[in-house]
Design a protein around this ligand. Structure first.
Ligand code: NAD
Length: 484
């Protein structure tokens, strides 16, 4: 059953403050449609106060040692780890994901983000050169300044900390604006930041909508860097705003990722992973594989088994440990995803399974649930196979040749990730090497090494994050040439 809504406040200069207009909006609990949080409806004056606090804090924070920053990051990680259960429950209530998933993935990954960058910052080294006894030259890295961090609703704390941790590590100060749909765990983190001894103003949070709170943050003259994760259309808007102001920009945007499955794939692993990559977190992960291309000789068996496994998935209340698929983020998003089911039929597709709302969830009658859905009979150029649906819906399409499947994989405006399934090592390398994406998994999915560059190409974004890429992004470089 739902508890009474939590009222959030902005976090500015280490203090919790109401929005200047004293307005709040209701953020629903996706599992039952009740109000989960009252979120500040912040505007430009709140953003200005947060940016000013960050700018003031930057003067001292930029000069702290890497060791000092590392210690604070480790403290944050420890404090968060002690509260994993509380944060997992809060994340699940706010986002609709199964609490078991938040407990196993989201919150531990947020802890890991802090620990990883606490360690990474101690190991960053810079280049130096010497010119024939004339000059010795070296590169100095220094923090950019005030960073705007804007995050989406699908992996709320996980993706916010993917930005916060390197910003803190590099000596930047920041203003984070989480998604208006999922602000609660970021809000809870503020308390931990204070307890860990992070100086006031190093991290500030402003809660609110994209147009009211996000837009003034992006265009604020004192913000020197923007790290944004969200939709491609929002990313275009932010890029248009930021370009004439010469802000450093990282855009992690949408995806329409392909699973390329050859007939010689290790069958059981491939099938089980495809279920995960299709439907984990209700299919609301930017890295989910939503276009499944299967070599024609394997296609009938694979489709039958995929369908049977999908039908066995438990859609349920996120708090139920047996639940595998929780609630979608909002009524509006559920309607958008169901709209694609209708579109698939108009495009001539067949709904093999799913495509229906689920309305009989105990304690969740007004929640946003649907059955995981498999669509066949569409080409790779159909709208359902080209546009990002971002829900538990996949298209399965047979292919005949390697050349075809490479062309089809590359045929969308997106280029975030792909997975390739084959036992033929040469083919794995050949196919991977032709895919226009930022990440390729071979015979696996969603394995993340934070040392590697993470990001997309084409409509999936610009820039890379991860160590050392985040270090490069959150720092400027100065070349110093010293006469000998
Ligand atoms: P969204 O673009 O609607 O919102 C993302 C964030 O931007 C939110 O905090 C929102 O309030 C803010 N925002 C909206 N308009 C803004 C504006 N004009 N100026 C500044 N900020 C603004 O995206 P979403 O619906 O929250 O998230 C889903 C999308 O995120 C999907 O497309 C998904 O693929 C993508 N995503 C990408 C990655 C990645 O790593 N590439 C990871 C997760 C999600």
């Amino acid at each position: 059953m739902s508890s009474s809504p939590i009222q959030l406040h902005n976090f500015i200069g280490g203090r919790f403050v109401p929005p200047s207009n004293d307005k709040y909006f209701e953020s629903p609990n996706p599992s039952d449609g009740s109000t989960n949080a009252l979120v500040p409806d912040s505007t430009d004056s709140d953003v200005d106060a947060a940016v000013s606090a960050a700018a003031t804090a930057f003067e001292a924070w930029r000069n702290t040692s890497r060791e000092a920053r590392s210690k604070i990051l480790l403290k944050i990680a420890d404090l968060l780890e002690r509260r994993i259960d509380e944060f997992a429950e809060a994340e699940s209530r706010d986002q609709g994901k199964p609490v078991s998933l938040a407990r196993m993935v989201d919150i531990p990954r947020a802890v890991h983000n802090f620990r990883f960058f606490a360690s990474a910052v101690l190991h960053m080294t810079e280049k130096s050169t010497e010119m024939d006894g004339v000059s010795i030259n070296y590169v100095q890295k220094y923090p950019v300044g005030v960073a705007a961090l804007i995050s989406p609703w699908n992996l709320p704390l996980y993706l916010a900390t993917w930005k916060l941790a390197p910003a803190i590590a590099s000596g930047c100060t920041s203003v984070l604006k989480p998604s208006e749909f999922t602000s609660v765990t970021c809000y809870l983190l503020c308390d931990i930041l204070n307890q860990a001894g992070l100086p006031h103003g190093v991290v500030n949070m402003v809660f609110g909508t994209g147009p009211s709170a996000g837009a003034p943050l992006v265009s604020h003259p004192k913000v020197r860097l923007i790290s944004f994760t969200g939709g491609t259309v929002t990313g275009q808007h932010i890029a248009r705003t930021a370009a004439p102001l010469f802000k450093k920009l990282s855009l992690e945007l949408g995806g329409k990722n392909a699973n390329v499955i050859f007939a010689d794939a290790e069958y059981e692993k491939c099938l089980a992973t495809t279920i995960n990559s299709s439907f984990r977190n209700q299919g609301e992960i930017c890295l989910c594989g939503s276009r499944i291309f299967v070599e024609r000789s394997l296609y009938p068996k694979f489709l039958a088994d995929l369908k049977a496994r999908t039908e066995a998935l438990v859609v349920g209340h996120p708090s139920d440990p047996a639940t595998q698929i929780g609630a979608l983020i909002s009524k509006q998003h559920l309607e958008k995803v169901m709209g694609y089911v209708a579109l698939a039929q108009q495009e001539g597709g067949t709904i093999e399974t799913g495509g229906t709302l689920v309305t009989n969830i105990q304690n969740g009658a007004n929640g946003f649930y649907m059955r995981p859905t498999i669509i066949t009979g569409l080409t790779h150029l159909s709208r359902c196979a080209q546009e990002e649906i971002f829900g538990p819906v996949v298209t399965v399409i047979p292919f005949d040749t390697e050349a075809d499947v490479v062309e089809w994989t590359n045929s969308t405006q997106y280029g975030l990730s792909a997975s390739v399934w084959t036992s033929d090592l040469k083919r794995a390398v050949r196919v991977s090497g032709q895919l226009e994406v930022g990440t390729v998994w071979v015979n696996q999915w969603m394995v993340r090494d934070l040392n590697l560059p993470f990001g997309g190409v084409k409509g999936s974004g610009v820039g890379r994050e991860g160590a050392p890429y985040s270090w490069d992004f959150f720092c400027e470089e100065r070349a110093v040439m010293l006469a000998l």
